[in-house]
Write a protein that binds this ligand. Sequence first.
Ligand code: FES
Length: 103
Amino acid sequence: MDGYERVATVSEFDQNERKEVIVDDVPVLLIKQGDQFFAIEDVCSHDGQPLTDGSIENCQITCPRHGARFDLATGDALCMPATEAIPTYDVKIEDGQIWLREN
Ligand code: FES
């Protein structure tokens, strides 16, 4: 698939589960919310904290270190202290396989 990297299978995910995967040597957090998958770079744009254990609510993830919040779909920083968006990944599902490509 053009530019996409296969990272996981749908059957690995329970409801609202998340997994860290690697795409082009970059840590990416793959998150299932309801029936939808989101993928974001697993690094806070404020000071580099992994977002792996951040709480998720309303499709927003909160950095566990200083509390910046990011939109899972767009990567946009929604509150201080972060001002820059985090990279997001396009998620494609085909035959139960999950593929990612950086947006
Ligand atoms: S490192 Fe994430 S808010 Fe500071």
